[in-house]
Ligand binder design. Structure first.
Ligand code: 5GP
Length: 166
């Protein structure tokens, strides 16, 4: 069996506190936290509580499986967040893991592009940073805040148990 990195609920509790500590220690406090759904939802919620940020948004990104094939690129799925809600804000984008890094890069590029399209007015500038629990060595993006590094497949506590079916 392939070697796995197992994150327990208790381990996640520590990870989310330590990841938040990194952000606070950097002296950069976000106005808004954006969770990349679904993997980043629970980490983003924990970080938001740990630093008492109440403004939360989500961006739903999945590697889209077409008919009989899996595409190589992540896709933004509805419901879509209004990116103009980020205008003039410090935005912390939170995900579970930067593996290939394509999901996180897509979201960061989208936010940066929005800032560029509104060029000229510095009041709408979005300052976005990213935080992940894990980063893998193959990632095409270097997140600003990382709790731990691994090249193994990670078992997260929220997606390891069997799905509860009717
Ligand atoms: P990406 O390859 O774009 O960085 O990762 C996309 C998504 O795939 C992640 O947000 C995560 O939900 C899922 N994923 C990637 N690597 C792992 C892993 O090692 N374990 C689990 N459980 N999910 C992963």
């Amino acid at each position: 069996a392939p070697d796995r990195e197992v994150l327990t609920w208790e381990g996640f509790g520590d990870a989310s506190r330590e990841l938040t500590q990194q952000v606070v220690d950097s002296g950069w406090i976000p106005d808004l936290i954006v969770a990349i759904a679904r993997g980043g939802l629970i980490p983003a919620g924990a970080v938001a509580y740990a630093m008492d940020v109440k403004a939360i948004g989500t961006m739903n990104v999945e590697f889209y499986s077409g008919i009989g094939e899996t595409l190589d690129e992540p896709m933004l799925l509805p419901p879509l967040m209004d990116v103009s809600a980020m205008d003039g804000k410090r935005v912390l984008v939170v995900d579970d893991v930067a593996d290939s890094g394509k999901t996180l890069k897509m979201v960061m590029d989208l936010i940066d592009k929005h800032g560029l399209s509104l060029d000229g007015s510095s009041s709408v500038r979005v300052e976005a940073r990213s935080a992940v629990i894990y980063k893998k060595p193959v990632s095409i993006i270097e997140p600003d805040y990382v709790w731990a590094y691994t090249d193994k497949w990670i078992n997260f506590p929220w997606s390891t148990l069997p799905v509860i079916k009717p």
